[in-house]
Design a protein around this ligand. Structure first.
Ligand code: PGA
Length: 242
């Protein structure tokens, strides 16, 4: 399985969604249909917008899924950038995994370094988020850097590890244009797999259409910020990947 996730962060307004998908489809329309025979692993593409855009993005995904399946042989679905570590109930401001599952969310990014840094999230909070998402039938994408990957992995229940993805995101590489070297990514992916078993590991940190193909040789996909903010550049990245 290979999975490439667009992390829009807090970049887009409601009025920008239709344009993003128009540009995205325009790029894919220029491709010839992908022949199934050339594709050896399942491919997933996830768009993770801010919460208030979920319904607009879900509608656009409905109108774009068939094209992504035809041109890239990939499954297109809806993701979120965070989820509450608590369930449904009296938790003001929280968004519960069970409610996100109800609107078609398939993947939840959890423990992103920006959440840890600006919102004081801890590895223990991330444990709660993984628990909630798995219970709701959503796949968690657990973000780690080398400084806390071991701590985070050992805090997770062993029987969760074959139901989630990890994303290795070195802090210095995020949003900086300074993507990590292939050797560094390869080493860290091996360390994560040595601790967690044969779990898929994505790379994130200034991934773009120029470097994605190389990362796919040593990872199971990517978590893409900057290069996903425009529909055109994200489509170009997918084309370069596959
Ligand atoms: P970037 O962001 O692609 O802009 O480096 C990646 C991420 O933060 O998930």
């Amino acid at each position: 399985m290979q999975c490439i996730i667009a992390n829009w962060k807090a970049h887009k307004s409601t009025s920008a969604v239709a344009g993003w998908f128009r540009d995205f489809r325009e790029q894919l329309n220029q491709l010839r249909p992908e022949s199934a025979a050339q594709v050896s692993v399942a491919r997933k593409v996830v768009i993770a917008p801010a919460y208030f855009l979920l319904s607009a993005v879900a509608t656009e995904i409905g109108q774009t899924k068939a094209l992504v399946a035809e041109r890239l042989h990939a499954e297109l679905s809806l993701g979120v950038q965070d989820v509450s570590h608590l369930g449904a109930g009296s938790y003001t401001g929280a968004v519960a995994a069970v409610h996100l599952a109800g609107i078609g969310v398939t993947h939840a990014i959890v423990g992103h370094s920006e959440r840890r840094r600006y919102f004081r999230e801890t590895s223990q909070d991330v444990v709660g988020k993984v628990d909630q998402t798995l219970d709701a039938g959503i796949t968690p994408v657990v973000c780690v850097d080398s400084a806390y990957s071991q701590e985070q992995i050992t805090m997770l229940q062993r029987d969760w590890l074959n139901r989630l993805l990890f994303a290795y995101e070195p802090l210095a590489a995020i949003g900086s244009g300074k993507n990590a070297s292939i050797n560094q990514v390869k080493d860290e992916v091996s360390k994560i797999k040595a601790l967690a078993g044969s779990v898929p590991v994505l790379y994130g940190g200034s991934m773009n259409d120029q470097n994605v193909a190389e990362y796919l040789l040593v990872t199971d996909g990517g978590l893409v910020g900057t290069a996903s903010v425009e529909g055109k550049s994200f489509a170009e990245l997918l084309v370069a990947a596959w």
